[in-house]
Ligand binder design. Structure first.
Ligand code: NAD
Length: 491
């Protein structure tokens, strides 16, 4: 007789512990590689929301009163715990997102830990300024904002939680974090780690749920800032809602980024970049170079190598198998959306170089897989060339000269990332300087170290994550004027 196993239920994390909701409302979380519900999560109802905001306010008063060095020491302890638990956390990411273990094991947790480490190191170095004004002078203080909110997407759940909490906490703020309802577990584990490291209760609370809980955060009058990662359309709603209480916002949104491959490029390297920038995390990466512009004289060489490497080197299957390098898409709905885009590409006249269908690998037959897909014969007006697909679908476009390709690459309302492959050093910089994108690579693609600010131009975002400037974005400047002479008063 088959026994049914009840999936575990996770609660919200408030004030250093798991907190039950009163409504009893839960949502299911599905492993995209199997289609099975792996656990449930309680929605942050009104009672949890109220507890979370009160806790964050009291956490903030304790945390912001500590010196930056004290905060730094505690955050570095959390970094150590993240690294020690790398495999346990990476496995959570694989089960939640469907991405391959071989990526999560060396990227997701580590790039999250790196960013917290980076901001923990920077926090004690943050200084104000002082200037004499006659005999008087003023000085400035970098003060934290207060209670901030982070709202995450599902493609890099733990990394996003770390990228938002690192600078927020280092600067002395408290953060209410809402992970995506598709991938809610990693943030809870991060909350446990912060508490174990010595972060005071309430400084990092995790509230769970979908749109309504997100809306509660963006409209709450006692939340000073929202850092959002997600789709452009959602970003606009978040910003509009945040405007009602004049919150500061950071928007990390979608893209439709170009990769320009010139005829003097190392073609094997350029193919590696195009594959990384379209098939890594099964195409669910915001910076993906989904528009690959190839100069006409190297088009045949480029597409032949791309086709053979895509067909020979990509292994789809159970993402926990360390040999698998293409995982499952996040959900059945998303898989269908990606397949619909592929059909639209065909309907509009693009030709499949390879891929184009759902996959049902032997080791994960019920997963939401889509074959790595490359379209040729694309034109700039096609839907697949204009809209973010967020799956493993690459469009190849041919170009003849530099000025033409720059204009075509910039002909989009998005501007997250861009890449150029050429051996001509002057052309590389000349072209990159004209591309309207916030994150650019020359003879590389996708690298995003903690030190480098990342964020979008145009509709791809507002503000930056990582890099020195992000710490400033979690502080506000207080100017203090000091009178040294008697007040010159007409009264
Ligand atoms: P999404 O916009 O659907 O959801 C993102 C988050 O917003 C989720 O937590 C969701 O619950 C919440 N949300 C939804 N409606 C809301 C509302 N009205 N108010 C407040 N919160 C709300 O995005 P997604 O599908 O989770 O993620 C994929 C998108 O994220 C892609 O467009 C991708 O390009 C983008 N992304 C961008 C970056 C970046 O750094 N620029 C990184 C990762 C993902």
């Amino acid at each position: 007789m088959a026994t049914s196993v009840t999936p575990p239920i996770y609660q919200n994390f408030v004030h250093g512990r798991y907190l039950a909701n009163q409504s009893g409302e839960c949502f299911d979380v599905t492993n995209p590689a199997t289609g099975e519900v792996i656990y449930q999560v309680e929605v942050a109802d009104e009672s949890v929301q109220e507890a979370a905001i009160n806790s964050a306010k009291s956490g903030f008063s304790v945390w912001s009163a500590m010196t930056p060095i004290e905060r730094s020491r505690i955050l570095l302890k959390a970094v150590e715990l993240l690294r020690t638990r790398n495999d346990e956390l990476a496995k959570i990411e694989v089960l939640d997102t469907g991405k391959p273990w071989q990526e999560a094991e060396c990227v997701d947790v580590q790039t999250g830990a790196d960013v917290i480490e980076y901001f923990a190191g920077l926090a004690p170095a943050q200084v104000g300024q002082q200037q004499m004004v006659g005999n008087d002078f003023y000085y400035t203080r970098k003060e934290p904002l207060g209670v901030c909110a982070g709202i995450g997407a599902w493609n890099y759940p733990l990394q996003i939680a770390c990228w938002k909490s690192g600078p927020a906490l280092a600067a002395g703020n408290a953060l209410l974090f809402k992970p995506s309802e598709e991938t809610p577990l990693g943030a809870l584990k991060l909350a446990e780690i912060f508490i174990e490291a010595g972060v005071p209760e309430g400084v990092f609370n995790v509230v769970q749920g979908a749109v309504e809980v997100g809306q509660w955060l963006t409209a709450h009058p006692e939340i000073e800032k929202v850092s959002f990662t997600g789709e452009v359309g959602t970003g606009k709603k978040v910003m509009a809602s945040a405007a009602s209480t004049l919150k500061d916002v950071t928007m990390e949104l979608g893209g439709k980024s170009p990769l320009l491959v010139f005829n003097d490029a190392d073609i094997t390297e350029a193919v590696s970049a195009a594959m990384l920038g379209n098939f890594y995390t099964q195409g669910e990466v915001c910076t993906n170079c989904t528009r690959v512009f190839v100069q006409r004289d190297v088009y045949d060489q480029f597409t032949q190598e791309l086709k053979s490497r895509t067909e020979q080197n990509i292994i789809a299957g159970d993402p926990l198998d360390p040999t698998v390098n293409l995982g499952a898409l996040i959900s059945a709905n998303h898989q269908q959306l990606v397949l619909d885009y592929i059909q639209t590409g065909l309907n509009q006249g693009a030709t499949l170089l390879t891929g184009g269908e759902a996959l049902s690998p032997e080791s994960a037959p019920n997963g939401y897989f889509v074959a790595p897909t490359v379209f040729v014969d694309c034109t700039d007006e096609m839907t697949i060339v204009k809209e973010e697909i967020f799956g493993p679908v690459m469009s190849i476009l041919v170009f003849d000269d530099e000025a033409q390709v720059i204009a075509r690459a910039n002909d989009t309302h998005l501007g997250l990332a861009a890449g150029v492959f050429t051996k001509d050093i002057q052309r590389a910089h000349r072209v990159i300087h004209q591309l309207k994108a916030g994150i650019c690579w020359i003879n590389a693609y996708g690298n995003s170290p903690a030190e480098m600010p990342v964020g979008g131009y145009k509709h791809s975002g507002i503000g930056r994550e990582n890099g020195v400037e992000t710490l400033d974005n979690y502080t506000q400047t207080k100017s203090v004027y000091v009178g040294m002479d008697k007040i010159d008063s007409p009264f």
